[in-house]
Ligand binder design. Structure first.
Ligand code: AHG
Ligand code: MN
Ligand code: MN
Ligand code: MN
Length: 339
């Protein structure tokens, strides 16, 4: 057998990016450069995450972010790595992050403000899981600016509906580290070979199964959920044909989503009396995941309307989030409507 050269049958992410650029005729290659920078930053963060218990990177950093959350050291570290990697390559005109109060203006070469893309990101998703060696992730989203080239980036460049995304993806630092992304032509997943620092195409053209039997929701908040969500959870638990469904909740959106896309499931973070607007952030978490979900044949909404059609009004806006297998999201929406 030639199993030991298995990896070499697969394309690398670097090769894939070049082919993708040619196939879809991105004029300038700027988008390819952005994905390349994210690939690089992901490897740097992966290296740190992997030895988290050995170096002084576990635990709280001592500050709170604008979300009112205690920042973990790894939140701050990942944020710095992704921002610096993008800034140093002078390929974006602006960056917005869960960990920064305001967006960052990137001047670009000769302070020309000539770059045309903005990146929005959740640098470290699932940060409450770092200390206990459970999978965490990174989420990113790319838009073309709407303000004129040659001028500083504006808030409007970031407050675009998810339908305007040109690329979105996530990195999951799990039992293996994967980078999964879309540029609107399907979803592809790449697994890192940590020994040589190369991502290989391991999951081409990822699709949600047509049916699923996993539901992921923090049921500790059950009492506080809207009636429609309570009813849907009871539906998941009922003894009927293919039910009860299986409950799986990691507490890292990236990991929960990743499992549900591969095995078939629905993720719900609804409103609750504690979080009246929901918890997850539209721009850094929900829209990129929604774009990936739809590109993989899944569906995403706030329980009533499509996530990507929400018109954002502020950078750190929160929304309820229902995302996963299309038929499952539609079922949950039915319960929301009839509650
Ligand atoms: P972050 O670590 O980026 O702040 O995101 C945390 C999010 C998400 O990853 C996860 O699914 C959710 O918060 C978990 O919230 P609960 O602990 O309330 O279930
Ligand atoms: Mn956070
Ligand atoms: Mn997050
Ligand atoms: Mn985060």
């Amino acid at each position: 057998s030639i199993d030991f050269v298995m990896e070499e049958r697969n394309k690398t992410l670097g090769e894939f990016i070049i082919e993708n650029q040619k196939a879809h005729q991105y004029s300038s290659g700027e988008l390819s450069k952005i994905i390349n920078s994210i690939r690089l930053a992901a490897k740097v963060v992966n290296y740190k995450v992997n030895k988290a218990g050995l170096v002084d990177i576990v635990g709280a950093a001592g500050d709170q972010n604008i979300q009112g959350e205690d920042q973990q050291k790894l939140d701050v570290y990942a944020n710095e790595v992704f921002i610096q990697t993008l800034i140093n390559r002078e390929i974006v005109c602006g960056i917005a992050s869960e960990e920064n109060d305001e967006f960052i203006t990137v001047e670009g070469l000769d302070k020309s403000h000539n770059n045309k893309y903005v990146v929005l990101m959740d640098p470290l998703d699932g940060s409450s899981n770092i200390d206990v060696n459970v999978s965490v992730g990174t989420i990113f989203s790319v838009y073309k600016r709407v303000s004129p080239i040659g001028t500083p980036v504006t808030l409007e460049d970031f407050l675009q509906p998810g339908t305007a995304q040109v690329a979105a993806g996530y990195v999951v630092y799990g039992t293996s580290t994967m980078l999964v992304y879309t540029t609107g032509h399907g979803v592809n997943g790449f697994t890192l070979n940590p020994a040589i620092g190369t991502f290989y195409l391991s999951h081409p053209n990822m699709k949600f199964p047509e049916k699923g039997n996993i539901y992921s929701v923090n049921e500790g908040n059950y009492i506080q959920f809207p009636q429609g969500v309570k009813d849907y959870i009871k539906y998941c638990q009922a003894e009927e044909e293919d039910r009860p469904y299986t409950s799986r909740y990691i507490g890292s959106l990236v990991s929960d989503f990743h499992r549900n896309m591969i095995k078939g499931g629905i993720y719900i973070y609804p409103t609750s009396s504690k979080a009246p607007k929901g918890k997850l952030r539209l721009l850094y978490e929900c829209n990129p995941m929604a774009f990936i979900a739809e590109q993989a044949g899944g569906k995403s909404s706030d329980g009533f309307t499509r996530t990507m059609e929400t018109i954002p009004t502020e950078l750190h806006q929160r929304v309820p989030f229902f995302c996963g297998v299309e038929a499952m999201v539609e079922k949950a929406e039915e319960f929301m409507k009839n509650a």
